[in-house]
Write a protein that binds this ligand. Structure first.
Ligand SMILES: [Zn+2]
Length: 185
């Protein structure tokens, strides 16, 4: 793990997801009325769906944060009877959906435990790094570089911070000009 890896607290993550959803809803409004005769209805539906998905995640992450902070009882075993956390081999941290399901399930009180008590070893190793960081095809460092590059202006195509690079013919690029990447280092 690199020293520069910053950890995000769950309330901040939830509120950032909500902000991103607001941005997506703004894009739907833009795509609904365009200057050329092009039907963007299907695009609007998809972007709208993405906004709803982000809102759902924000809501679920807020709920999970309360379960964790308030030490609400969480069932000691998954629905298939398998243990989780320090009781599992190897230690298994719950996913968002597992945590909400186990916190919401009706169970006898002796079969439940505050979440952080069940994942002591992972909680001590804070911050927690998603398994995605190890599995993803692009490294965390590569993705951090890309985000940092977008925060800079591009000296090649004159894209301002936050805007994508464009080709000489004005087409939006899905990649970033190399000097912009280097400027972010
Ligand atoms: Zn550029």
């Amino acid at each position: 793990m690199s020293e520069s890896m910053t950890a995000t607290n769950l309330p901040d993550l939830a509120s950032n997801l909500m902000m991103a959803a607001v941005g997506l809803r703004e894009l739907v409004l833009q795509a609904e009325v365009v200057t050329s005769p092009l039907e963007l209805g299907p695009v609007c539906y998809k972007v709208e769906e993405s906004a709803q998905l982000l809102e759902t995640f924000a809501d679920q992450i807020s709920k999970a944060d309360r379960v964790i902070r308030e030490g609400q009882p969480v069932a000691r075993t998954l629905h298939d009877g398998m243990p989780w956390g320090d009781a599992a081999e190897p230690g298994a941290v719950l996913t968002l959906h597992q945590l909400l399901a186990l916190a919401g399930s009706r169970h006898r009180s002796e079969d439940s435990i505050p979440y952080l008590d069940g994942v002591r070893s992972a909680a001590q190793a804070e911050p927690y790094v998603s398994s995605r960081v190890w599995r993803s095809s692009s490294t965390r460092e590569q993705r951090e570089r890309l985000v940092a590059a977008y925060r800079q202006a591009c000296s090649t195509c004159r894209a301002v911070p936050g805007r994508p690079c464009v080709t000489k013919s004005g087409r939006v690029m899905t990649e970033v000009h190399q000097p912009r990447l280097r400027a972010a280092e």
